[in-house]
Design a protein around this ligand. Structure first.
Ligand SMILES: C[S@@+](CC[C@H](N)C(=O)[O-])C[C@H]1O[C@@H](n2cnc3c(N)ncnc32)[C@H](O)[C@@H]1O
Length: 259
């Protein structure tokens, strides 16, 4: 099989085939979180690191005024093309989530599946939460989903996914390459094996993610006083079951409230 080393986010069709159908639980949870945690109504929602618009498209379809930004121009083109195809406004733009502004504040924001961990330094992370504070009105929320580093117990770091559409079949695998605990940098191999009638291809990428224990996250977010941790949930996305964070907590969705 032909192998290339490349940025997987430059292949929005393949990314979206693997992850695009997985949206219902997150969508329902986010709607419930808007109702439970936002002061007043939620009409305008923002997704930093929106990628292909997996969730952004569904939010627009669900009647929200939804917008998103992402560093990757190919993902944004894909996202806007899908919105256009369905007669919706092209509301996604290319920007860095550490450094962006919006014309009119939003009521709520969401950022799931570890995207925020792409910010590899404390400086960038703090800049991100400052930019988000400008983008969300007081009383609004930011739902942030990612994997914490548990202080005790096992850590999930091997994952695999598979998806097929017509003649296109993709098998995906993610496994750790190395971890620098002191620098808080974890590198993961990410492999997409793509089987298609025109020839199969293997795309190998390396994801670089910053690590957080729950204590490290709590101390970082204190640096941006516009945000307070309001509640926490896990990837079961059950709005009726907030979690108590402890040493074994790994998958988490923080609800940050804009002060
Ligand atoms: C795992 S994907 C998630 C995409 C989308 N949120 C979803 O749920 O399908 C991570 C995304 O983060 C984007 N990204 C990484 N660093 C970024 C940055 N500094 N600013 C904006 N987007 C960034 C990547 O381009 C990629 O599209």
């Amino acid at each position: 099989m032909k192998t290339v080393e490349d940025n997987i986010y430059d292949y929005p069709v393949y990314y979206d085939l693997i992850f695009g159908s997985d949206w219902t639980a997150e969508y329902r949870f986010l709607e419930a979180a808007f109702k439970k945690h936002v002061d007043g109504k939620t009409k305008r929602v923002l997704e930093p690191a929106c990628g292909t618009g997996r969730l952004l498209y569904r939010m627009t379809k669900g009647g929200y005024t939804a917008a998103g930004l992402d560093l990757n121009a190919k993902a944004i083109d894909y996202c806007n093309a899908r919105l256009r195809k369905h007669g919706m406004k092209e509301t996604a733009w290319v920007a860095n989530m550490c450094d962006f502004t919006v014309k009119k504040p939003f009521d709520a924001a969401f950022n799931t599946i570890n995207s925020f961990r792409h910010l590899s330094t404390e400086k960038d992370t703090v800049a991100h939460f400052r930019a988000m504070a400008q983008a969300i009105r007081p009383g609004g929320i930011y739902a942030l989903g990612f994997h914490l580093t548990p202080l005790e117990g096992p850590q999930t770091d091997h994952e695999s996914w598979s998806a097929r559409r017509g003649n296109l079949l993709i098998n995906t695998r993610m496994w750790p390459r190395d971890k620098d605990t002191k620098a808080r940098i974890e590198r993961y191999n990410l492999r997409f094996d793509v089987y298609r009638p025109t020839g199969s291809i293997r795309i190998d990428d390396c994801l670089v993610l910053r690590s957080y224990t729950h204590k490290q996250f709590a101390s970082m977010i204190k640096k941006v006083p516009e945000w307070r941790i309001e509640e926490a949930y896990d990837f079961s996305y059950n709005i009726d079951e907030p979690i108590e964070i402890d040493a074994e907590t790994e998958d988490i969705v923080y609800i940050l409230k804009r002060q």
